[in-house]
Design a binder for this molecule. Sequence first.
Ligand SMILES: NC(=O)c1ccc[n+]([C@@H]2O[C@H](COP(=O)([O-])OP(=O)(O)OC[C@H]3O[C@@H](n4cnc5c(N)ncnc54)[C@H](O)[C@@H]3O)[C@@H](O)[C@H]2O)c1
Ligand SMILES: [Zn+2]
Length: 678
Amino acid sequence: MSDHQAFTLENLKALTNQLNDYSYAYHVKDEPLVPDAEYDRCYRELQKIEVKHPEWIQPDSPTQRVGEKPDNGFSSVLHTVPMLSLDNAFDNDSMVDFDERIQKLSGKASITYCCEPKLDGLAISLRYEDGHLVRGLTRGDGLTGEDITSNIKTIYSVPLKLRTETPPPVLEVRGEIYMPKAGFEKLNQIAAEKGEKAFVNPRNAAAGSLRQLDPKVTAARPLVLCAYSIGYAEGWSQPDSHYDGLLQLSEWGFKVNDLMSRVEGVQGCLDYFAQLSEQRDGLSYDIDGIVYKVDSIAQQKQLGFVARAPRWAIARKFPAQEEVTQILGVDFQVGRTGAITPVARLQPTFVGGVTVSNATLHNQDEMDRLGVKVNDWVVIRRAGDVIPQVVQVIEERRPDDAQEIQFPTQCPVCESDIERVEGEAVQRCTGGLVCGAQLKERLKHFVSRKAMDIDGLGDKLIEQLVEAKLVATPVDIYLLKDKPARLLAMERMGDKSVEKLLDAIEASKQTLFNRFVYSLGIREVGEATARTVTQYFGTLEKLMTATEEDLIEVEDVGPIVAQHIRMFFDQEDNVATVQGLLEQGITWQSEDADEVGEQPLEGKTYVVTGTLTRYSRDQVKDMLIKLGAKVSGSVSGKTDCLVAGEKAGSKLTKAQSLEVPVMDEEALHEMLITLGAV
Ligand SMILES: NC(=O)c1ccc[n+]([C@@H]2O[C@H](COP(=O)([O-])OP(=O)(O)OC[C@H]3O[C@@H](n4cnc5c(N)ncnc54)[C@H](O)[C@@H]3O)[C@@H](O)[C@H]2O)c1
Ligand SMILES: [Zn+2]
């Protein structure tokens, strides 16, 4: 905005009112109107005007106060010590400014900071008298909070009694109540199945769950408390270090964040930021930044507070995972199994660290639930490498030219009818392999790295081969060797590349049973399921003749997967394709018990993570499986060993915290040699 336009009293008042409306919806109704990024932008704009014209600052300006006065069914209670907010930093420079300010004010040349992940939930204060929990309050407007004791008591990680014989007579502990990602996803899935409104994000879900009038509802929600400070104590003098205070809380039975760390000076803070930015996506809970606190309590006291926040702490924010943008149109994509997915074309927006121009709308039910139209302004969310999603329509901003979205009745690629099976949310093209889109997707899957792994047969070439009618089934790929001239005629194909491609096709004939089954593209049979069923049945014949009952016996195979596998092998076309492939000479080592070698790793569960140099991750998985191990995708208490390559991230951290043995690449290599696998 240009200065003379924006720096007016009217603009300041408008921004103040706008922010207060947002804040009320966010803090009291638990139904944010806009994403945090939008709120923060308006907030910073207001701050800019207020700095220039302090005489205009409104008494109800969000820069002068914390949160909102609660207005629902809970009773209000005055906090012993006000619960304030935190100042924000959005870049390294602001961190350097912060550190310089602290050095100046405290007269110290180097400051020790405690760094903690900024959990994205909501703040509460717990009061213990003689070691017993007597009250739990929300932050509210900072001065008074809502008494939510009965709800708090339903959360397992809230100690009802401190684990000590000699508790302080009075202790007030502050912490964040949050909902881990997995719990959030499950909750939303259940809501979707019941046709109920889903929560936009885990923070929202936590806030909505905690402020339920019926504690039974709260009890059913997966909430966790993590303590992050001592708010007040009587008859006990707390340690002079904030960090040591947290360790004390941990001993008394509180969960404290295991990634917190004490560092020296601003460089320590910046390093911590870089490290946590890497780990963010792999954490099991949402964090929206890092909180840096001056570690010495004496220094904290000396520094004191400004209007709404302590001077001795700052929250460094991560790039936003939610943003506002406009839907320009909707495309309908056809997948490998014919599923039609509506994909919103968006005004490109920077979110979750990348520019996003498409977001999935999943299916008709999801579009109905969102009530979304073309030209709507929406909130999109991209967390980690998850596909960007539209999570909310901003109805207040619906333009006059908003248009209903029509789900097609005919496949956009082959014009076959689209059908919706009873009880399923997806709609599918009925064209089967007549449908060029399905055929192309199916072939791309067949040759992909984790399937038959045919190098040089990229998406573009497959599209050309299908369009030239050279390839119509996976078997045709193995017949290409008889048609080198036709291959040469394809775009960007020379003698060399044709030769390389044919070699790669030839080499792919030596494969693994699990890869082969995965490559068939049976619905619901991913890489992991392909591994378990092939390990269980041992031979193709046994798998192809297994009944649904037989299939359900396999670990991790439910009735739906069993049905899809059975249905697949009941189709004559599919059986013919499988036979055709075997006739082309596709083979794998027999997994029959009496033919395989020793299985020294039988019963052991391995997880592989990080970058390996000597082998690919897939090679390692295959070798471990041959040795009898089970290879899983995530670390848990059941994991026997984590193979960690370079740059291993959250899986390594998790393994360490669960005391799961960790093996580096060298140790793995030695083991594989010893066991005769290489
Ligand atoms: N989307 C909206 O409409 C809307 C409206 C109002 C506020 N907001 C968002 O709320 C935030 C501002 O609100 P705020 O005043 O709660 O400030 P804040 O969330 O930026 O910081 C203070 C809070 O951080 C939390 N926290 C997490 N980990 C902590 C730790 N280790 N130590 C101390 N505190 C920790 C506590 O809950 C504390 O109350 C901004 O992110 C803003 O975008 C959004
Ligand atoms: Zn089609």
